[in-house]
Design a protein around this ligand. Structure first.
Ligand code: IMP
Length: 426
């Protein structure tokens, strides 16, 4: 019985969906604790592909309680679509709970996100334009609308009226954009409220009760450590906290309730959107990884930038999140490369940096210091245990673990649940 937090150690898209799905089998409750529908999980079960943005992938199992925590920002239209498409495929969604305190995304948030990105020109962040940043801005400015407000007939309309008026002033006067129509939004969101009402609850009470009853809880983070508002490559980050500390806030539990923190790392690195990426490969090796890894964003369909595994980032993620172990995914993608490289440190104007710098100016000038390894040609997609992997692949993993400073407990060698090698207790 334990409470486990699962986070991404890179810039998101590490394959958390697959690892969550794997761990969810043993959990009684799965809690999504931050982010919104900027995230996308692809889970493959019995050759069926499920793409989820808001609902924890634990929903694919029967009888698991799935919770959307208070740190999440919810686009109700997206959530309802997700619920409907799961139900249409015979998946029961009755076990879903949504935090009363989660904030709601409105059409003006999306419009503001798009307008802000456009106005930044070459300095754009490359957001998903789903309204995530503006929704968190409202939350921090203490004018956001929460799920509890959305389902309150009396509270909702005046709050919305005020926010639409404010947003319209910014949209029209700052960005020369069109107004959002209050009545249209009011009508559609009243409809959403009626559909979602039955799921809305005090999730902190529910999660703490489950912990006290000895149940196993899995808290899943969205995005990754380097997209964290505090610890990521600011300002090229998301507006929430994908790091482990935020699990307490989003699930409404105290830090002492967390037993274990697991970090998911791809065997290489990817990034969507703008921002520095020291180990990026803009050559045919990058193209090879992108093609073999199917590195296209689940949410926006944008191609992901690809590069070598970055040990400096790995170490950083282990420290920031207090990781007990790593789950390394998509090792199979590197098969067929004659040489593989791992970045061990950065060279900044002749100085060797072992720790991840805060300054983007410095980061942009960092040249990765690489160690080169012989690759492996073998198809490893049916490997069941560590010994089934080619010796070069094992050497590679050993170095990843050594550089990051955490043991590897799980290795992904394909997208299916069965293509997973367990190497230690998770
Ligand atoms: P936002 O979260 O839409 O505001 O986007 C901010 C940055 O985070 C952009 O670079 C996005 O591409 C990136 N981002 C947001 N969500 C994800 C994700 O789930 N995976 C990878 N990158 C993401």
């Amino acid at each position: 019985m334990s409470t486990v937090v699962l986070i991404g150690t890179q810039w998101g898209d590490e394959g958390k969906g697959k690892v969550t799905d794997f761990l969810a089998e043993r959990a009684d409750m799965i809690v999504r604790y931050q982010g919104g529908n900027n995230a996308g999980h692809t889970v493959v079960v019995d050759d069926q592909v499920y793409k989820l943005h808001l609902i924890p992938s634990g929903i694919l199992y029967q009888n698991k309680m799935c919770v959307i925590g208070s740190g999440v920002v919810i686009d109700p239209a997206v959530l309802i679509n997700e619920l409907k498409s799961l139900e249409a495929r015979g998946i029961d969604t009755a076990n879903l709970k949504i935090s009363q305190r989660a904030h709601v995304i409105f059409p003006y948030h999306q419009r503001l996100d798009q307008a802000e990105e456009k106005s930044k020109g070459n300095n754009k962040i490359g957001t998903t334009c789903r309204g995530i940043g503006p929704a968190y801005m409202d939350k921090a400015a203490r004018v956001g609308i929460r799920m509890i407000d959305l389902i309150d007939q009396d509270e909702f309309a005046p709050l919305l009226e005020r926010n639409v008026a404010n947003a319209n002033r910014v949209l029209t006067r700052v960005y020369d954009n069109e107004n959002v129509d209050y009545n249209t939004v009011l009508e559609s969101y009243r409809g959403y409220a009626e559909i979602l009402r039955k799921y809305v609850d005090d999730i902190s009470v529910i999660v703490n009760k489950a912990i006290n009853e000895g149940k196993s809880i899995l808290c899943e983070g969205a995005q990754g450590t380097l997209l964290d508002l505090d610890h990521g490559t600011y300002p090229y980050v998301t507006s929430s906290h994908p790091t482990a500390g935020a699990a307490c806030l989003g699930a409404g539990i105290g830090p002492a309730k967390i037993d274990r923190v697991i970090g998911v790392a791809k065997a290489y690195t990817t990034r969507v959107g703008e921002g520095p990426f020291p180990t990026e490969l803009k050559d045919e090796t990058g193209a090879y990884i992108q093609e073999r890894g199917g590195e296209i964003g689940t949410t926006t369909g944008r191609p992901r930038r690809c590069g070598w595994f970055d040990g400096v980032m790995g170490r950083y993620a282990v420290r920031i999140n207090g990781l007990h172990c790593l789950a390394v995914t998509k090792l199979d993608v590197l098969s067929g490369l004659e040489k593989v490289k791992i970045c061990t440190s950065y060279n900044y104007r002749g100085d060797i940096l072992d720790e991840f710098p805060a300054s983007l100016k410095v980061l942009n000038e960092c040249v990765p210091v690489y160690e080169e390894f012989s690759g492996w040609r073998e198809d490893i997609t049916s490997a069941k245990k560590l010994e089934d992997l080619p010796v070069n692949a094992r050497r590679y993993l050993d170095r990843v673990s050594e550089l990051a400073g955490a043991p590897i407990a799980l290795i992904g060698v394909g997208s299916k649940r069965s293509q997973t090698i367990l190497t230690a207790e998770l």
